[in-house]
Design a protein around this ligand. Sequence first.
Ligand code: BES
Ligand code: MN
Ligand code: ZN
Length: 519
Amino acid sequence: MSVFEEKFFHDIVAFRKEPLKSSETALVFVWQGNDLSPAAARLDALSGGALSAWLAGHKAFKGKAGQDLLLPAPEESGFKQIFVFGLGKKETFDGAAAEAAGVKLSAALTRAALESVSVYTEDDGDRLSRENVIRLLIGAGLAAYRFDRYRMPGDKNGDQESESDAPSKVPLKRFDVLTDEKPAAEKLWAVAKAELAGIYLSRDLGNEPANILYPESYAEIIREELKPLGVQVEVLDEKKMQKLGMGGILGVGMGSDRFPRMVVMRWKGGKKSDKPVALVGKGVTFDTGGISIKPAAGMDEMKMDMCGSATVVGTMKTLALRKAKANVVGVVGLAENMPSARSYRPGDILTTYSGKTVEVLNTDAEGRLVLADALTYVQKTEKPEVIIDLATLTGAMMVALGYDYCGVFANNDDLWTEMERAGKASGEKIWRMPLDEIWRKDMVSGIADLQNLGKMGRYGGACTAAGFLEHFIEDGMPWAHMDVAGTAWVRSNKPHCIKGATGFGVRVLNRWIENRYEQ
Ligand code: BES
Ligand code: MN
Ligand code: ZN
């Protein structure tokens, strides 16, 4: 959901050449030091210099990033009011700064409770470029997200800092971006809008609690969301997986009354003869740790252990919405990791779909068992050209890189180079991590083919987990593993994202696919 009454920010945005007569507010951008953008300068001229006179006399407003000022508009302008918004330093204004400004703009619009806004965004040198305006809109869209499905209607401010006097839903109905190059702007916006819709879905899925979102219901939601968009959705239930011999995902799900599912999503926007890209996601709908149970404190957060899969689902939505010219198959392994009389135990030996056996040394290292079967399945049935998997796989990943960088383990330098480029362009931060036979060998068991725990215990935990997954990648298959444990979730409200799921990965994957197949 969104802070804007019943609509999403990305549904409110439109591009026009001229403002509508009914538009009440002109939004103009001002650089730090009250340097007027060309549009602001025009409005200033129209008002006989009233705008610059106002700004000159103002003690606090200096055009700093995120500062805003609401002024009455001159009669001749046709607007009721002018909303002046600071973008900060012009010299350093880039995509990232634009996105950050958009985040602040979202908060400012919320506070001001405006209804219809016309935004003047004339290209101001290369700083307020079309790309940067789109990034600004993305920032505003990201920040407008709320998860308020479970709140009383009168309490939908979504501001989880209790005792807030923030207004509830905001009446914004139109956000018109004025531009002379409508088609070019709309083309860029179509991609960004599809991304926002994919991120919103990914966040919603991540935020849903595990009593609502469990493998069976999750599979149904995926079907409902993606089928109408032209994505083929196939669901493997527990019987089918038993027949196939998927002992990894079934072993993890054994302790739960909610049976596992594997969902395959196919988007065929590319040439018929082209092999697909495979996106694989960990979808542990709740991770108690199983018999190797986790401590009580903070366990509620483990409803987020399906965020890798949610990013895959969100990305499929984005690709379908923007009708990507690429063949992409998504596979998500959905299971709930619970302790019970039927649970798998430490010491158990599971036979995975690949045929490789795994000695379970810790039932809390379950994600890799789910992924093993999903990775094998996608290679056997879809013959992909390249695979990227996403998983909230290890706490060790957070120890290594914290919350802002996602670690990427890639077995192919070209693939990593492509991903790095997509990361930079999309604003999602990724960092290469090492794969080494040291860790691959570290996962070999004394009595089975593999064990699910490294021999150094917690040390290098993200690397040993990746080393485990590598055993399930066929020789020569380009593959990258993204451990999103730190980046998939924010632990306290941030300006760009409320506490909860972030939808991390949708943007980097979408951009990577666009660069790879559609340039
Ligand atoms: N889902 C967790 C990893 C995780 C922890 C994600 C915290 C997000 C926040 C994963 O299944 C897990 O429990 N990993 C263990 C592995 C260990 C037993 C080898 C871990 O990281 O402690
Ligand atoms: Mn676990
Ligand atoms: Zn887990």
